[in-house]
Each structure stands twice: as structure tokens, then as C-alpha cells.
Design a protein around this ligand. Structure first.
Ligand SMILES: C[S@@+](CC[C@H](N)C(=O)[O-])C[C@H]1O[C@@H](n2cnc3c(N)ncnc32)[C@H](O)[C@@H]1O
Length: 498
């Protein structure tokens, strides 16, 4: 890792955006000052697991270059037909949790949802996508390694979680593989480079695997979606309407759920209270239909923060509706406000036909218009549409890691540039150690949150500027002194290399 006088790029997450023209301005002269943070690798790889992987590779992967060449030749001439059934073995997990499989003898790549590394299964080809195909799983023939019982009753078909039946250690390894692939193939770093370990940090597992999410968004829908294996039988009583999470890959299919293991217990109490009441015909509430664009209730967003003084959870409930009709929501608001943790009930009105939850107008129906959270000893006010790291517990760990990687000596001499700063949380947690923080972000509300949060924490050495970083000109760097540390919360690894 570079010493503090050279420029560092700290990457909290990696995402594809094009490299803007101004970036070279901020590259260090040595060109290698990179501290990329990755939540991706378990350093204590279990030996047995490695053996399993090696065995599996022998069976399913071609490792020699010659084999790869002939594989790609065979793959280019082979294409499975739509509807064709194939017996495959999942080799690894791709981004978003799809299983990567190769058709025997051809090397042709097929992606399949809900299969896990090592699992042998029969699947049906659903569509062609460029040089690969997608399929759905029909039947598992032999289970994957590291199989565990998923604690959530909806896990096998809910779009919210895809790998709950894979042990946490295996999930970490899969994520590590994905980040490594990005860093190597997109970022063009060599994992053979002795300095690679300094570029891609080892994964830091989270101590809590459930009830960690501080924000969940559920959708309302006119019809409940059922997976094939649990379709209702003739004569079954089926409640109308749905409130829950989407079926994987479908914006218009809502799986009704009463409880989500990702969110806090108080958030589950609110979800249960809404489920219990919103269908009451006397309320006259209707779910929004994404096809006919009729109906009132679009989304239910639940955010959990904590009271700064007591540390106890505090909750924001945000109803996203297609029009402003507060009288329709009043009975629900009365019921939900009786949950002691609820301190804020908001209404975002979104009249567009899109599925987004950010309203053109926002109203406070009960209590305050934001909730609070504490991070690295600072207090943050979070409004309905503010970006805030969704795992507060792990954000604490991540931000500590950023502080450590930045190697700040606390002499107040450094300039920090916090790109894609959201509500400014990373920059603000560093502000106490540096001369000045400059934050850039496209969402105006996030910028006003950042400014408010700076004030709230008596931080005066931070400047936040609203703007689209994809559209800035060559004079961008004139707006602030040459930075010593560049943080980018949304970044393509390639960005960092050249
Ligand atoms: C993943 S969030 C990270 C926020 C912050 N760095 C943090 O860790 O809390 C990414 C942020 O990038 C912002 N963003 C996305 N595209 C942008 C662009 N073209 N210009 C400026 N900001 C952008 C988003 O609005 C969002 O707040």
C-alpha cells in the first residue's frame, strides 16, 4: 500500500460506469496507489473445501489453454434450442447469484437461477442471450456442496434471497470470486502480481446474517404469485391482492410475504400489521397494477434506524402511492403508529407509470420526516429516499477499514475527494482527521442530507456539490485543491488502473 503522500483510490463497491475524461488528473504519478476494499474473501479457506473444488474442477473445468481453445471453437458452433432439457453441473456463481454451467464437450455457457456450485441438475433452456443461454431448473439430481437448510420459508422462490441454502462461508467464497473476476478481467490487474493482495483486500465476514438490513421495499400487486410447486388447489381459499417481494426476474409478479428475515423485528411487526389490515374492504385501498396502471398502493418501504440517545430501534414507514389521498391512508396510519418503534410515517406520491419508489412529492403523515442512525460515532439523519448503507452493522466495519486504508495520521493536512458521496457518510467520518472533504453526488436530496448531517455533527471542513460525474468537463479539478485521497463509492475497477 502507498504512503500517505501519494493519491489513494478507495473503492467501496464496484459498478460499471464509463471512465470520465477528468480522471487522469487525479492519478498518482506512481500509478499504483490503490486500496480497493472488497467484502469478498474468507482468508481461512477450509482445506476440505479446497479439495472439493479441485476435484470438481478436474471433472468440470478445462484448465489447459489448448482445451480452452478447442472448447471455444466447439462452443461457437453449438447452441442449445429453446425448450431443450440438459443435465448440467453448476460450476460457480455469477454476479446476482446465477449459476454458471458449461455444456459437456462444448464448453457452451448456460446460466441458471437457483442452482449452486457443485449441484447436478436438469434444466430447460429458456432464452438465448448473446453467446450464452439462460435456463430454469427443473430438478436437482444431486445437491451442491455446503448445503444448509434455508431458515426462511420463502427462500426457494423469493426474489429477495437467492443463496440462503448455501452456507455463509460458501457465499463469501462465491462473492470473492466475483470481485476477483472483476478486478482481474475488467480492472486488468494481475492476480499473479505479488502486490495483488494489497490491491484486493480479504473479505470481512459480517457477524450477523439475518435481520441486518435497515431498508426493505415491498410491492403491492393485484394478484398473488405462487411458485409451481405450491400452486393453490381447486377450492382453496386465496386471499386477494399481494404485498411482498417479487418473483425472481419479474417486475409484475408479487409473492405475498408476512415476514422477512432480512429486516429488523420491529419492521416485521409493521409488515404484519399492514398485511393484517390493508385488504379490509372498508378501507377502499387498491394495489397498483403495473399493466393497467390503475390502483393506489405501489410500495411499502420500511427503514430501521436507531434512537441516538437510547440506541433503541426507530422505524420509518413510507407508503408509495400513485396519487395523493391521505384520507385513504389514515386508518392504516393510525394502526401502524401504535407500534412503539414507529417514529415516522411518510407518503411518497409517484404518479409515473414506472416502478420506482421515489415520489415527485413527499408528505409526512405521522411523526418526523426522517430517522436517525449512528455510524462511527456520528449521527446521521436519513430521509425516505436518502441513500444509506443498508447493513449498518457492516457499514461500521467498512468505514473503519476505509479509515485504516487511508492511513490518515490525523495531522489535518490531507484533502479528501469523496466521489458518488450519497449522503456524505464516508467523507464525514473521515473529516475529523483531514483538512477538507469535497463530496460530489448527483441526487440533490442526498446533497442536502449531507450538508444537514455535516451541520448536525458540527463538521465545518466538508463541502458537498451536486452534479452528474458522467457529465463533468476537463476543468472539474479546478473546483478544489489537489486531493490526497480519492474515495469512490461507485466505481469500475478499470477506472483505477491507468
Ligand atoms: C452506492 S451509493 C454510495 C454512496 C456513498 N458513497 C456511501 O457509501 O454511502 C452510490 C451513489 O452514487 C450516486 N451516483 C450514481 N451515479 C452518479 C453520477 N453519474 N454522478 C454523481 N453521483 C452518482 C448515487 O446517487 C448514489 O448516492
Amino acid at each position: 500500500m502507498m504512503r500517505s503522500h501519494s493519491l489513494r483510490h478507495l473503492t467501496a463497491t464496484t459498478t460499471t460506469i464509463s471512465s470520465p475524461s477528468w480522471l487522469p488528473k487525479f492519478r498518482s504519478s506512481s500509478g499504483s496507489a490503490l486500496a480497493s476494499l472488497s467484502f469478498a474473501q474468507n482468508p481461512q479457506e477450509n482445506q476440505q473445501q479446497q479439495q472439493k473444488q479441485q476435484t470438481q474442477q478436474k471433472i468440470y473445468c478445462d484448465s489447459s489453454n489448448d482445451d480452452k481453445k478447442s472448447d471455444s471453437n466447439r462452443a461457437s458452433s453449438y447452441f442449445p434450442k429453446r425448450g431443450q432439457e440438459l443435465e448440467l453441473v453448476c460450476e460457480s456463481l455469477a454476479y446476482k447469484g446465477k449459476g454458471v454451467c458449461k455444456v459437456a464437450d462444448t464448453g457452451f455457457v448456460v446460466l441458471c437461477d437457483r442452482v449452486l456450485p457443485g449441484e447436478k441438475f436438469i434444466g430447460r433452456v429458456t432464452r438465448k442471450k448473446g453467446s450464452y443461454a439462460e435456463m430454469t431448473k427443473l430438478k436437482t439430481l444431486s445437491p451442491h456442496w455446503d448445503s444448509v437448510d434455508a431458515p426462511c420459508e420463502y427462500a426457494s422462490y423469493c426474489g429477495g434471497c437467492k443463496t440462503q441454502n448455501l452456507s455463509y462461508e460458501a457465499q463469501l467464497r462465491a462473492k470473492e470470486g466475483q470481485v476477483r473476476d472483476l478486478v482481474v478481467h475488467v480492472g486488468k490487474f494481475s492476480d499473479k502480481d505479488p502486490e495483488f493482495a494489497g490491491i484486493m483486500k480479504p473479505i470481512v465476514p459480517c457477524d450477523i446474517q439475518f435481520h441486518y438490513r435497515n431498508k426493505m421495499e415491498f410491492s403491492f400487486g393485484p394478484k398473488r404469485w405462487f411458485p409451481k410447486e405450491s400452486l393453490p388447489k381447486r377450492g382453496d381459499h386465496i386471499e386477494n391482492y399481494a404485498l411482498g417481494l417479487h418473483a425472481p426476474g419479474f417486475f409484475d409478479k408479487v409473492l405475498n410475504i408476512d415476514k422477512c428475515l432480512l429486516q429488523s423485528e420491529p419492521a416485521n411487526l409493521v409488515l404484519a400489521a399492514v398485511q393484517d389490515y390493508w385488504r379490509d374492504p372498508q378501507l377502499g385501498l387498491s394495489p397498483y397494477d403495473v399493466h393497467s396502471h390503475s390502483g393506489f398502493l405501489k410500495h411499502l418501504m420500511l427503514r430501521t434506524g436507531s434512537d441516538v440517545k437510547t440506541g433503541l430501534p426507530e422505524l420509518m414507514v413510507n407508503f408509495v402511492t400513485s396519487s395523493y389521498k391521505p384520507e385513504l391512508l389514515r386508518p392504516l396510519v393510525e394502526k401502524i403508529s401504535s407500534v412503539p418503534e414507529v417514529v415516522s410515517i411518510m407518503n411518497n406520491v409517484n404518479t409515473s407509470v414506472g416502478n420506482t419508489s421515489v415520489g415527485e412529492e413527499e408528505y409526512t403523515l405521522y411523526g418526523k420526516s426522517n430517522i436517525t442512525e449512528t455510524l462511527r460515532g456520528l449521527t446521521f439523519q436519513i430521509s425516505a429516499n436518502s441513500f444509506f448503507q443498508t447493513n449498518t452493522h457492516q457499514a461500521e466495519v467498512l468505514y473503519k477499514l476505509i479509515e485504516d486504508c487511508a492511513g490518515l495520521r490525523g495531522d489535518g493536512s490531507k484533502i479528501v475527494l469523496d466521489l458518488f458521496c450519497g449522503t456524505g457518510t464516508i467523507g464525514l467520518t473521515l473529516a475529523r482527521w483531514v483538512k477538507h472533504v469535497y463530496g460530489y453526488e448527483v441526487v440533490p436530496q442526498a446533497i442536502s442530507d449531507a450538508c444537514r448531517n455535516a451541520k448536525l455533527n458540527n463538521i465545518s471542513n466538508a463541502t458537498f456539490v451536486q452534479g452528474d460525474l458522467n457529465k463533468i468537463g476537463g476543468d472539474f479539478g479546478n473546483a478544489f485543491p489537489k486531493p490526497d485521497i480519492v474515495i469512490s463509492g461507485i466505481l469500475l475497477a478499470r477506472f483505477l488502473v491507468h
